[in-house]
Design a protein around this ligand. Structure first.
Ligand code: SAH
Length: 395
């Protein structure tokens, strides 16, 4: 690996507003748009009861409807024969309005990976990716239509933020995926799965959007995922990974939520000089602040955190950067962190490329030699443009 060549990030194909420095503006607030229909997931238990009362329906019906949604993965009133026929369609429609319309589905040749393109009520497009592994099924979900964080290597970042997704829209991605699995449409080897009916076991907030920029709705969705059936999906918090560019105050808030999700920080560079350009939010919260917040997350939750590092040829893959990363992590203690390098998935038309395999291996070797647990991640779904950073939702 040569430590001499240094390629600098360059923005390509940006569609959003530029600031005085010629770079795209970071977007936290969403442009004004209509709100998606309110869904069962968006309501508290009290609000659900209130709605039923208004409709003149007994309160226990909310539980029946929730059971259909969270355990049978259906929003179709014709399947809910335990509800009185009179007014059933209206009642179900008011609590389970359709949120996601399937526009396109791409599946890998061996069938174990499916990418869904969904249209939201206002025409906004989002994607999710369903992946079967041995003993688990992971769904990569979106939390925003578009993203305002402008990371130049990420396809989603190039069109800016359209809007935040509602908690209902976030959770519905899982319910719809579970329905697809229940119908037997996800291929791949089922060996080693338990006897229980198959469903999504792991969630990664690594689809479109910056989850911590849509904090309240993402947390409401997470609470619904971990709530017991039939009030929620009954998933384990540790199987849910929240990945962020490093919004420090939100990381601190997340650490105090008492929902021990797995936390991932998209670092991609250990030095501010490069990270300022690669992860534009670094202009606000620096590498050391983001790492301190990650360490604090471990201290408060006991959950080992992940550092995401996309290896980009001659840009961030230098040996000295591996050493500097190890130094910064070790300076904050041992046993609290795990590094996940992943070869860059070039966005279509990009001049950037993934690091050479030998360079990837050297990067990993240096981290491991310094005692930092490191796992090179695979890039599932590449052939269907479903790999990390390729979710652009262009039709
Ligand atoms: N906004 C959040 C989550 C969405 S992206 C975040 O940034 O963490 C999920 C992961 O994919 C992040 O680590 C992101 O940096 C990474 N990623 C984005 N574009 C990529 C690309 N082209 N190749 C590989 N990983 C990429």
């Amino acid at each position: 690996m040569s430590d001499l060549i240094q390629v600098r990030p360059k923005t390509e194909g940006w569609k959003q507003k530029l600031g005085p420095d010629g770079k795209p503006l970071l977007m936290f607030a969403e442009p004004k748009r209509g709100k998606p229909p309110i869904h069962l997931v968006d309501l508290t238990a009290e609000e659900r009861a209130e709605r039923l009362k208004e409709a003149g329906v007994q309160a226990f019906r909310a539980k029946q409807i929730a059971a259909h949604y969270f355990t049978h993965y259906t929003s179709d009133p014709s399947e809910m024969t335990d509800l009185p026929a009179a007014g059933r369609a209206e009642l179900v429609g008011s609590l389970l309005p359709p949120l996601l319309t399937e526009v396109k589905r791409l599946q890998t040749d061996n069938g174990d990976t499916i990418k869904f393109l969904w249209r939201l009520f206002d025409g906004a497009l989002v994607e999710s990716v369903l992946m079967r592994y041995t003993g688990r099924i992971t769904l990569c979900i979106s939390s925003q239509a578009g993203c305002g964080m402008n990371c130049p290597f990420c396809a989603t970042g190039q069109a800016g933020l359209t809007r935040n997704m509602s908690a209902g829209e976030i959770v519905d991605q899982i319910v719809r995926a579970n329905a697809v699995i229940a119908k037997g449409e996800l291929g791949g080897s089922k060996a080693k799965m338990k006897d229980a009916p198959e469903r999504v076991t792991n969630i990664v907030f690594m689809g479109m959007g910056e989850p911590l920029a849509n904090y309240d709705r993402v947390m409401k969705a997470v609470r619904t995922m971990v709530a017991r059936q039939p009030e929620g999906l009954g998933m384990s918090a540790r199987g849910i990974t929240v990945s962020t560019v490093g919004l420090v105050p939100a990381i601190q808030k997340l650490a105090d939520e008492n929902v021990p999700v797995t936390f991932a920080l998209s670092l991609h560079a250990p030095d501010d000089e490069l990270r300022d350009e690669l992860i534009p939010i670094n202009s606000k919260w620096k590498v050391d602040e983001a790492l301190d917040a990650a360490r604090e997350y471990f201290d408060k939750t006991g959950r080992r955190v992940s550092i995401e590092y996309a290896l980009i040829k001659d840009m961030n893959d230098h040996g000295w950067r591996a050493d500097l990363l190890a130094e910064k992590l070790n300076a904050r203690g041992k046993g609290w962190v795990h590094v996940n390098p992943i070869p860059l998935n070039p966005t279509p038309g990009s001049i950037w490329t993934a690091s050479e395999p030998a360079v990837q291996n050297e990067f990993v070797r240096r981290l491991e030699k310094a005692g930092v647990p490191t796992t090179l991640r695979d890039t599932r779904g590449k052939e269907i443009d479903g790999a990390c950073g390729q979710l652009a939702a262009a039709e």
